[in-house]
Design a binder for this molecule. Structure first.
Ligand code: 2HG
Ligand code: ZN
Length: 453
């Protein structure tokens, strides 16, 4: 402890239980664990010294950014040093020539977006937790969000990484070269590694053109199949399409009650799709033309001014908050091929109530990627049974048990539903090579059997 205090300063080693508490429980309140202490380094050098000290003492580390994760991957299992990267907030000036920027792991997504926009550019990833989620966490989980349709997930934005390895050594690859075939791509290996292979301290990121002409449409449809028909029309006819999201009547009721929002349409409908187009010239006419030619549209409302767009997005983006206000949910985040999407949605509610009769299932997600956020309230002591039933159903639909939130601690028992034994073995060997003592995020991502995994 004394050594850690010498590295980061006594005020940045939190031992008092009250000070540790906000770091020890995740945002949903479902995952909690005790840390030996919380250490808050401010530089890569300090991170390296902390990791080296922990390696020497054989102490495990759990790594945390904005603590907005949803799978328990950044809260302690018990007794680890919790390494918070929130103070790594360096943000270089935007490199306009390369259209890139280098950001510290603790920079929030919102700060990064504002920084890019002030330079006339934009960042390709956006998600509802933008005010707290940090660059390091977004990389560690390969975050997705609402613009994957247009720009891909976090790994597609990453051109370089600086990271501290489990022995405290630093690997730095921040030149951001567009072409560089000189061996294993370590930055890409770290995207989605959930803090199990190294501690990401800085990231070099690709920026995208700033598209200020934006139009959002909230479209009422008869159900999931109609939503897919609408999606197909939008993808065919709207080259500026940048988001396509889905939610259902019960989610809308919950959101409206929680946030006091007005009904979007005179009538209720089974399902709703949010479409956003972003371009340099106003895409509204194209959106209206597509909507008027699409039979799947039961009703629609369109906004192109900032306040109107935010008003329509609120119906989708308030889901997480509204669900959390109703109780501690079982959160599952799955994806299936689009052809399987309607069958999955149709079978989910009964699959849940078969094992947890009192439970309520709220579905919403990113329809373009077949990514459904399955939130189950009132599961009581049936949380594991619910997860098992839903994830088994997803596997039977050729899907992934974690589409964008990662495996964390929550999904470890089900990893084999999405990954073969040979793949898990290969992952274990990579883990053993980079972290032989199993000190980084033990209990996260890999099933037991790997070094302290
Ligand atoms: C979103 O798409 C996030 O809003 C959170 O991935 C999903 O709360 C959830 O289940
Ligand atoms: Zn999502």
């Amino acid at each position: 402890m004394k050594e850690l205090q010498e590295i980061v300063g006594a005020s940045h080693v939190l031992v008092d239980p009250d000070l540790r508490a906000p770091y020890e429980t995740d945002w949903t309140g479902r995952f909690t664990g005790r840390a030996a202490c919380v250490v808050r380094p401010a530089t890569t050098g300090e991170v390296a010294a902390v990791v080296a000290a922990c390696a020497k003492a054989g102490t495990a580390i759990v790594v945390q950014g904005g603590n907005t994760g949803l799978v328990g991957g950044a809260v302690p299992g018990g007794g680890e040093v919790l390494l918070s990267l929130a103070r790594l907030r360096d943000l270089d000036p935007v490199d306009r020539l390369e259209s890139q920027v280098t950001a510290g792991a603790g920079v929030t997504l919102e700060t990064l977006q504002e920084h890019a926009r002030a330079a006339g550019l934009d960042f390709g990833v956006d998600l509802a937790a933008r005010s707290a989620a940090t660059v390091g966490g977004l990389v560690a989980t390969n975050a997705g969000g609402i613009r994957v349709l247009r720009y891909g997930s976090m790994r597609s934005q990453v051109t370089g990484i600086e990271a501290v390895l489990a022995d405290g050594s630093v690997v730095s690859r921040l030149t951001g070269l567009a072409k560089d075939n000189t061996g294993y791509d370590l930055p890409q290996l770290l995207c989605g590694s959930e803090g199990t292979l190294a501690v990401v301290t800085k990231v070099r990121l690709r920026l995208v053109p700033l598209l200020t002409a934006r139009t959002v449409a909230l479209v009422a449809v008869a159900g999931t199949e109609a939503a897919l028909d609408l999606l197909a029309a939008a993808r065919d006819r709207l080259p500026a399409l940048s988001a396509a999201e889905i939610f259902y009547a019960d989610g809308l009721s919950l959101v409206r009650a929680h946030a006091g929002l007005a009904a979007p349409f005179p009538d209720d409908h089974p399902a709703y799709v949010v479409l956003e187009c972003a371009a340099r010239v106003d895409p509204t006419d194209d959106v209206l033309e597509m909507l008027s030619g699409c039979d799947a549209v039961a009703d629609a409302t369109v906004a192109s001014d900032a306040a109107g767009r935010a008003r329509l997005w609120a119906y989708r983006e308030t889901h997480t908050e509204a669900i959390n206000a109703a109780g501690v949910p079982v959160k599952l985040d799955v994806s299936v091929p689009l052809a399987e999407f309607p069958s999955l949605v149709a079978r989910l509610p009964a699959t849940v109530t078969d094992v947890a009769p009192a439970a309520r299932t709220v579905l919403f997600g990113h329809v373009n990627e077949g990514n459904m956020h399955v939130n189950v309230l009132d599961a009581g002591d049936r949380a594991e049974a619910v997860s098992d039933a839903v994830l088994t159903l997803v596997a039977a639909h050729r899907g992934s048990i974690s589409s964008e939130h990662g495996v964390g601690r929550a999904k470890v028992p089900w990893l084999a539903l999405s990954r073969s034994a040979a793949e898990i073995d290969a992952m274990r060997r990579i883990k053993a090579g980079l972290d032989p003592a199993g000190l980084l995020n033990p209990g996260v991502l890999l099933p037991p059997g790997s070094p302290r995994g």
